[in-house]
Design a protein around this ligand. Structure first.
Ligand SMILES: Nc1ncnc2c1ncn2[C@@H]1O[C@H](COP(=O)(O)OP(=O)(O)OP(=O)(O)O)[C@@H](O)[C@H]1O
Length: 321
């Protein structure tokens, strides 16, 4: 049986009368990536703070790295690394000095500290900037330095609280590769993110936090199956053609201003053929046809906002085929 790096049962936390975590369960197998998704204020950071011993839960049994969070927080701290929205980077000293300071905190010998620092600065593409004050680093470089500092102690479980928020696409991909490399080395990663693509790219399992509870949990593929099938979007420039299509495809939702129809459930090969045959035989000519398959965005919106239906015409993300 796979051992669990993180196991939480009945985790509760309130601030005043605001219930932030209403008894959540988490099970993260060792050596996997777990993503906690949720809208702003859902309690993601609170969960990370509790699991990393920075904040005390009101109730719940939690084991991290096999250690009980309540009775053995020191052992938990020794097993984990945390990088979050509150960076440990000191801007007044250089990247290298930040790393050496971390090595001191972890009681590494001077030579071992230098070896680890050199290796990590190189691995995180910071060797050229090592002698510069961290305050001169770009946002992406600071994040990488923060992560490199976290790894000085060689933690087996890492908490990444929104690791790529505000980063450009290249820095985001670099961070993703770093996470993949860590997991390849057997590290467990607990990640919070606002980016569904990030969870899709990295996570073995994803949990969606909503109203203090886990609204859904599973692989990206599993979650995508929770929302209704996709649709085909037909866009017209000719209002007459649009109106004709509307009368012959009564099941579709429509946007009269944009002259678009959304035909639900038509993403399989056979469905598409039937639709195209229908358009052909009825002489309807659409100017644009795009196939929309459900993605994590749809899952997220469906689970965290009951008023938003994934097939609504104003939903973004069309996959042109
Ligand atoms: N120390 C605190 N005192 C009072 N309320 C708090 C405290 N910390 C968090 N909260 C509240 O708890 C709720 C959850 O906050 P949290 O930061 O965990 O959410 P989040 O999902 O990480 O949000 P975001 O994506 O915006 O970072 C919010 O309503 C927040 O205002």
């Amino acid at each position: 049986m796979t051992s669990l790096a993180i196991a939480a049962n009945g985790l509760r936390k309130s601030y005043g009368d605001k219930v932030v975590l209403d008894g959540i369960d988490l099970a993260v197998p060792a050596g996997t990536v777990f993503a906690l998704l949720g809208p702003n204020g859902a309690g993601k950071t609170t969960a990370v703070k509790i699991l990393s011993t920075l904040v005390t839960a009101d109730a719940g049994d939690v084991r991290v790295g096999g250690h009980d969070l309540t009775t053995d927080p020191q052992a938990v701290r020794a097993a984990i690394g945390v990088t979050g929205q509150f960076s440990a980077v000191d801007g007044l000293i250089t990247g290298e000095e930040n790393m050496l300071l971390m090595a001191d905190l972890h009681h590494l010998t001077r030579s071992e500290g230098r070896r680890v620092t050199t290796e990590l600065l190189h691995r995180f593409d910071l060797a050229d900037a090592a002698a510069k004050p961290a305050s001169t680093y770009s946002g992406g470089m600071k994040r990488r330095l923060d992560l490199a500092m976290t790894l000085v102690g060689d933690p087996r479980i890492i908490f990444l609280d929104e690791p790529t928020t505000g980063l450009d696409p290249r820095s985001r991909h670099t961070t993703w590769q770093i996470v993949r490399d860590l997991v390849r080395d057997g590290v467990t990663v607990f990640l919070t993110t606002q980016y569904l693509e990030e969870a899709d790219q990295l996570a073995d399992r994803i949990a969606v936090l909503h109203d203090g509870r886990i609204a859904a949990e599973g692989t990206a593929a599993h979650l995508k199956r929770l929302v209704p099938g996709g649709h085909v979007r037909l866009r017209f420039t000719d209002p007459t053609a649009y109106r004709t299509a509307l009368t012959t495809l009564p099941d579709s939702t429509h946007d009269d201003d944009a002259l678009t129809l959304h035909v639900p459930g038509t993403t399989s090969q056979n469905d598409l053929r039937t639709l195209l045959d229908h358009l052909h035989t009825t002489g309807i000519h659409a100017d644009e046809l795009t196939v929309h398959t459900p993605d994590l965005d749809d899952v997220f919106f469906a689970l965290t906002d009951p008023t938003t239906h994934p097939d609504q015409p104003d939903r973004p993300k069309e996959n042109a085929r």
